[in-house]
Design a protein around this ligand. Structure first.
Ligand code: KG4
Ligand code: ZN
Length: 337
């Protein structure tokens, strides 16, 4: 099993990605074609444009992943692909491609849940991380607090009721004129600002301890900007970015710590694009130190969308015998459990 080689494909949003992963951990290649520049023109991802770009890029990206790994398809043991959640058009491109390769080669096909992929990114660089543990998945499309029971069993204990954390970063960045994608830009601006300058409401939901709500905080930022404009006051964008970021990071950290205490687990793994956020990493590191809990986080390249993480998740599905057939379809809002 340790030499099983998987060719993995990821196209759920605006990255066309392919990777070859050996033994569920060793990344032989990890090719990512990012469409960010294309979508920046529109201030966010345009699904139809993303689908068309995926069609154009998917074959060259796969060829590059195979050649960088020093492989041909005859060295590969299975084809894995993200089948959901995500944008339906972009997902369909990856799923159709994976099915075509599996059909032509006779190789087994594995459908991978995108959020499981984000969590599995942690196994690439952290050999000591083993289930059970808590994972906080924060990305542009998802915010989930998950109990990872074993390599293929996941239980959602909290989720966002409205916007995902990354979506809130992107919307606030747009409102203060920082551009797209907003997360990294807010992260940078916040370093020059005072996080205590403005108090924004905590992104909590009254009736569920673990769920999140980020649309309220986003609206509070927009209201703050409108009021300032009406009064002719100038807003310090760095203070605003830092204060907004603190409100989001505080609530994410609090919920993660609460989950660790309730489930008596000693390890927590961050995942998803927002896991690159420097304030979130610092806050989680400090909280985990205090709780005596080990904190894991992937390198930034494995936080945002990539196919290596899909290859890792697929390895565990392979070991469990969880193969797909040619009825595999793109499922834009499939739950994790
Ligand atoms: O995981 P990902 O690549 O795509 C989804 O599955 O959604 O996450 C992209 C999200 C975007 O919203 C982006 O603004 C956010 O991750 N992001 C960040 C940072 N880097 C990326 N958010 C906050 N701070 C960052 N440094
Ligand atoms: Zn993602």
């Amino acid at each position: 099993m340790s030499d099983i080689r998987i060719l993995a494909i990821e196209s759920s949003c605006d990255e066309t990605a392919a990777a070859v992963v050996e033994g569920g951990r060793k990344v032989l290649s990890n090719v990512i074609y990012s469409q960010i520049d294309l979508h920046t023109l529109y201030g966010g991802v345009v699904p139809e444009i993303a689908s068309r770009k995926h069609i154009e890029k998917i074959n060259p990206v796969i060829e590059k992943a195979l050649s960088e790994a020093g492989c041909t398809l005859s060295d590969i043991d299975a084809i894995a692909v993200t089948y959901g959640p995500g944008l339906v058009g972009p997902l369909l491109v990856g799923v159709a491609e994976a099915k075509a390769i599996a059909f032509a080669t006779g190789l087994p096909l594995i459908g991978v849940h995108h959020i499981k992929g984000h969590i599995c990114a942690n196994y690439i660089e952290h050999e000591d991380l083993k289930p059970p543990f808590i994972s906080l998945v924060v990305s542009g499309g998802h915010t989930h607090l998950v109990r990872v029971v074993d390599y293929c069993t996941y239980e959602v204990i909290g989720r966002t009721r409205d916007d995902a954390a990354g979506e809130a970063f992107d919307k606030v960045a747009r409102a203060i004129g920082l551009g797209y994608p907003g997360g990294p830009k807010i992260d940078e601006a916040a370093k020059k600002g005072n996080a205590e300058a403005i108090v924004f409401p905590k992104a909590k939901v009254g009736d569920s301890a673990y769920d999140f709500s980020f649309s309220g905080i986003k609206s509070a930022v927009l209201n703050y900007l409108n009021h300032a404009e009406m009064k002719g006051e100038t807003v310090d964008r760095c203070d605003l970015a830092a204060s907004f970021q603190k409100a989001v990071v505080d609530v994410l950290t609090e919920h993660a710590v609460m989950a660790i205490r309730q489930f008596g687990l000693k390890e927590i793994a961050l995942a998803g694009g927002v896991a690159s956020n420097s304030a979130l990493r610092a806050s989680m590191t400090e909280a985990c130190d205090k709780e005596g809990v080990r904190f894991y986080c992937p390198s930034p390249i494995y936080c945002t969308d990539n196919a290596a993480m899909i290859g890792v998740a697929a390895y565990h599905e392979y070991r469990n015998g969880n193969f797909a057939d040619f009825t595999l379809n793109a499922l834009p809002s499939v739950p994790i459990a």
